[in-house]
Design a protein around this ligand. Structure first.
Ligand SMILES: [Zn+2]
Ligand SMILES: [Zn+2]
Length: 494
């Protein structure tokens, strides 16, 4: 018997956690964080407590209470909370469609021997997030064993095991595009799709009851070619019994494509004499490429943040399609931190380095490293990425008259995001960068595209996920096809 149970992504955008059971085997499609559920209980200074392990997350429903939890969640957390832990793993693996938080972040809470399957690009993005994030819940590739004591090396007594010493490797396995992974009677086939970050995949899960297709998140445009169209063809060939389909933009019409973004950014930059400042998602390599292409054709240099530079370093040699770090039109913007010594003459390198995290330091020595002073001096030569949390950098850079600001992220989706935008607007007004340009293309297919996708794949049943409006699917599926709107935690036999 095969079944599907949806523990996340139900009537919400993201937080996907879908359990596939077949012949005694249990695998997960994604294990992501739900922003909406998290926002209901937590805020910047109201956070789950580390000492409670998984308890705070279970309490408010961010992590599901599962049968056999003792063989699923990490033993260090369970044991510290006095919960049951098993000797072996009770689940067989987690397949990550892509590295966005709402699909992948909660693997942090899983015991380390449960295999995590993802594309090489997803693995590198998660490595970059793990290294650069300040969150205490980002053990993706490295599993930092917590709440452990060991005897002191010299003298009596005990000490806490921390840092490098606590690091163990997770069983993280790279799957190639087109590869099939066999787990008991289940075969999971991974296929690349277009999305707003590289390395995204959809899955065809071959169960004993038939094929189940999972879209992950996808769109039909982008520079990666027609990956999503190819995914749809392959999915149709499998003659699936079920399709688990994302519906983020089920109510929306087609918007801009990535190429449109590049064209419009190009127009704005052509009309800009001085500095071009942009905010776009740091992991969205396609967006980076759109800005990079404009920089290249307009004779500017695209100044990347340190985080982006680190990500590009990890993505070297992958098929992510990222610009090269040593390209003539790429610069690395070393923003001032801590004591701000990067722009103060006379300090030895090792002292300056102390303003930066270990992973940031090597970029200080790159020939294309630039500071706020370089950008201030040659404003017409740069396009620089400044995101919301770096807006104070405008004080260091001092954009001259004739500069512009391009906002290349999604429109605010909730009240909190609206307040954030208002704050950003105050900064932009203060520096004469208002009105700004809003130029963005979504990472998700439109309602019409989803309708066509479902018709082409032709499953018997559609399970809408990753949408606030699953009912809309009932209106758009072809006659004879059934829509089952999943309820959280309910098991559906297929
Ligand atoms: Zn998502
Ligand atoms: Zn996504």
């Amino acid at each position: 018997m095969s079944s599907l149970t949806f523990y996340g992504g139900v009537r919400e955008i993201g937080g996907n956690k879908i359990l596939v059971e077949d012949g005694g085997r249990r695998v997960w499609l994604d294990f992501g964080m739900s922003f909406s559920q998290s926002g209901r209980y937590f805020a910047e200074f109201l956070q789950p407590k580390k000492y409670n392990g998984v308890l705070d997350f279970l309490e408010v429903g961010l992590l599901p209470r599962l049968p056999d939890m003792g063989g699923f969640y990490r033993q260090d957390y369970l044991a510290h909370s006095g919960m049951e832990t098993w000797d072996g793993a009770a689940y067989d693996g987690v397949f990550l469609s892509h590295a966005h938080a709402d699909h992948s972040f909660y693997i942090h809470f899983l015991r380390r021997e449960i295999p995590i399957y993802a594309s090489e690009v997803s693995r590198q993005i998660m490595a970059a997030i793990e290294t650069t994030s300040s969150s205490g819940f980002a053990d993706f590739l490295n599993f930092k064993e917590t709440f452990k004591l060991r005897p002191k090396k010299a003298g009596e007594g005990l000490m806490r095991v921390r840092g490098e010493e606590s690091k163990l490797e997770r069983d993280f396995r790279v799957i190639q595009e087109g590869e099939k992974v066999f787990i008991g009677d289940i075969a999971i086939e991974a296929l690349a799709v277009n999305h707003s970050l590289p390395g995204a995949m959809g899955f065809i899960v071959h169960t004993s009851a038939g094929a189940v297709v999972y879209t992950g998140d996808l769109r039909f445009h982008g520079y990666g070619g027609d990956l999503t169209a190819r995914f749809a063809r392959k999915a149709a060939e499998a003659q699936p019994i079920a399709l688990i389909c994302e519906g983020t933009r089920i109510d929306e019409e087609a918007g801009l494509s990535e190429q449109d973004v590049q064209d419009r950014v190009g127009d704005v930059v052509q009309r800009t004499r001085n500095l071009v400042i942009a905010n776009y998602p740091w992991k969205d390599i396609e967006r980076m490429r759109s800005f990079y292409e404009v920089a290249r054709t307009s004779g500017r240099r695209l100044a990347l943040s340190l985080k982006q530079a680190y990500l590009l370093k990890l993505l070297e040699g992958t098929d992510a399609g990222a610009p090269s770090l040593d390209d003539d039109h790429v610069a690395i913007y070393i923003d001032r931190k801590d004591w701000g010594l990067i722009t103060k003459p006379g300090y030895p390198r090792d002292i300056v380095e102390q303003d930066y995290e270990a992973w940031e330091r090597e970029f200080l020595g790159y020939p294309n490293a630039v500071t706020c002073e370089d950008i201030h001096r040659d404003q017409g030569d740069f396009m620089v990425r400044i995101d919301f949390f770096d807006l104070t950098d405008l004080i260091d850079i001092r954009p001259a008259e004739g500069s512009c600001y391009i906002r290349s992220v999604t429109e605010p989706l909730d009240e909190e995001a609206e307040i954030e935008l208002e704050r950003a607007e105050n900064w932009l007004k203060h520096f004469g960068l208002y009105p700004y340009h809003q130029i963005h293309a979504s990472g998700h297919a439109s309602g019409l595209e989803i309708k066509r996708l479902i018709a082409e794949i032709g499953p018997k049943v559609v399970f809408p996920v990753h949408t606030e409006n699953p009912e809309r699917f009932i209106d758009i599926v072809p006659g004879g096809m059934r829509v089952v709107i999943p309820e959280a935690g309910k098991k559906y036999t297929i």
